[in-house]
Design a protein around this ligand. Structure first.
Ligand SMILES: C[S@@+](CC[C@H](N)C(=O)[O-])C[C@H]1O[C@@H](n2cnc3c(N)ncnc32)[C@H](O)[C@@H]1O
Length: 473
């Protein structure tokens, strides 16, 4: 494992310019777009448009193509350019690119455009290595040099934390930003979900057989693939033969799933692969992985951390060297962080809603002899709510670790955390926008101690963040 420092990212203090993302941009957020999940609980701030913006808007109405210079990458991976002050978001753009772009969306406070021609390539641009990149929606940053991607993502994430959610700037200034962590940038991914569909006339190989693939960029259509270079070697190997294997099954009139989850345990070509739901000819069942002296089992239906080279560093960073008596973990999955917390706390309660994951988490605690830990199968928002019969978060906890899905923490869970006021709070996040919103609330009573970024999905716009917070004395 190697750590990288990129000049575009923060070292000990945060610095970046402005943020945005693709989804859910709303008026009032001039050059910022907030993923829909981040906006569901907040009232849009409506700011009157400036005279310059109104002029730009009127001029834009009669134009289809623009020449744009890309300033930077924003959250979600799009490039940001400005046209007469108006932010224009351009997918597949690189900083410094001069592009001719076709406008695809006009809004009062921003526009979107697609590249028609790269007139001058920015210094970070390269030919995307994967032949499916242009059409496939899985990756967003393959056209940018590997070594530059993490720095750009960190800058966009820091900008998001700075601009969204209302985190006190003094808190961010005092927070320690750890060196962003990356490992291998290709062949890293331990899990994948592929779509399965019959090939039709319009496909490149209209052979009447079955295709497997991913969603096309900005579409529900599929791009059929026979390789995917971000997948761990064992998974990529399986993918190669998958469409003909499924084609044989279809020919034998067996029903096929429309989606197939595949998972492996490591980065070697001969690591085991399992699939779910079960398909004849594909291995099913459980996987086992050794992590920090513990054995974890799970299967292809379960969430499991995706980057095979970052499992240990992510675990160590989130669990840290802190200890105490009582810890609670919310959104625990199969117990990835629970087994780490188990070494440091005299009791650990892990809460997970999904029944298969909760069952694996229980088994994982049992088989590792962790009798001081227990799993509660419950939605977190009910579990924290005493009024609805949940045990609630007790005051006096030494530690709470949360690792929610992209939507972040519901307001009720944020309130419960503020009421329970654990001594230490760890927030593992896969979406900087919802993290910013949630930290905006949580930093009312907690101090931001450190933030670490992990490049768990190289070639994509995703970034994982671990924030350590301490209850304010
Ligand atoms: C990002 S994953 C993290 C899992 C685990 N911490 C890990 O690292 O493997 C989020 C987990 O939260 C679970 N989950 C989603 N919504 C939930 C809810 N409302 N209450 C409890 N668990 C939930 C999912 O099933 C998933 O296992």
């Amino acid at each position: 494992m190697s750590a990288i420092r990129n000049s575009a990212g923060p070292s000990s203090k945060c610095r970046a310019n402005s943020m945005s993302s693709r989804a859910g941009t709303r008026p009032g957020n001039t050059d910022g777009a907030i993923p829909a999940a981040a906006t569901t609980e907040s009232t849009p701030r409506k700011r009157p448009l400036s005279a310059e913006r109104l002029e730009a808007l009127a001029a834009l109405a009669g134009i289809n193509r623009l020449e744009l210079t890309i300033e930077k990458i924003v959250l979600g991976g799009d490039g940001l350019a400005r046209w007469r002050g108006m932010p224009v978001f351009v997918p597949r753009a690189a900083p410094g690119d001069v592009v001719e772009a076709r406008i695809t969306e006009r809004r009062p406070s921003y526009a979107r455009a697609e590249i028609e021609e790269v007139k001058t390539a920015g210094p970070l641009r390269r030919e995307a290595p994967c032949p499916f990149y242009e059409r496939c929606g899985g990756c967003q940053l393959q056209h940018i040099e590997d070594a530059e991607q993490l720095g750009l993502k960190v800058a966009a994430a820091v900008e998001t934390l700075r601009r969204l959610g209302g985190i006190d700037p003094a808190q961010l200034a005092a927070c320690r930003f750890e060196e962003p962590v990356s490992e291998r940038t290709w062949g890293y991914r331990l899990r994948a979900q592929v779509h399965v569909a019959p090939r039709s006339e319009g496909d490149e190989r209209p052979d009447g057989s079955v295709g497997v693939g991913f969603r096309r960029r900005r579409s529900h259509d599929l791009v059929f693939v026979d390789r995917c270079p971000v997948l761990a070697p064992a998974l990529e190997n399986e993918l190669r033969g998958l469409s003909s294997l499924l084609g044989d099954r279809a020919a034998a009139s067996r029903t096929l799933p429309s989606r197939l989850s595949l998972a492996t345990t490591g980065l070697e070509r001969d690591d085991p692969v399992v699939a779910a739901p079960p398909v004849d000819g594909l291995p099913g069942g459980e996987l086992e992985i050794d992590l920090q002296g513990k054995r974890l089992s799970y299967d292809a239906r379960c969430f499991f951390q995706a980057h095979g080279g970052l499992l240990e560093s992510l675990l160590l960073s989130a669990v840290g060297t802190f200890d105490g008596e009582a810890a609670v973990e919310l959104y625990a999955g199969v117990g990835f962080f629970t087994v780490g917390l188990a070494d440091r706390y005299q009791s650990v309660t892990a809460v997970e809603a999904e029944s298969v994951a909760a069952r694996y988490a229980r088994n994982n605690l049992r088989r590792n002899g962790l009798r001081h830990c227990r799993v509660e199968r419950s939605a977190v928002e009910s579990w924290v709510d005493r009024r609805r019969g949940g045990p609630g978060l007790e005051p006096g906890l030494d530690r709470v670790l949360v690792d929610p899905p992209r939507a972040g923490l519901p307001r009720k869970v944020r309130s419960a955390l503020l009421s329970a006021a654990p001594r230490r709070l760890t927030y593992v996040s896969c979406d900087p926008a919802t993290l910013a919103r949630d930290l905006g609330d949580l930093t009312r009573d907690f101090d931001l101690e450190s933030i670490s970024f992990f490049d768990v999905f190289p070639q994509t716009a995703h970034i994982e963040t671990v924030a350590q917070l301490l209850r304010r004395p």
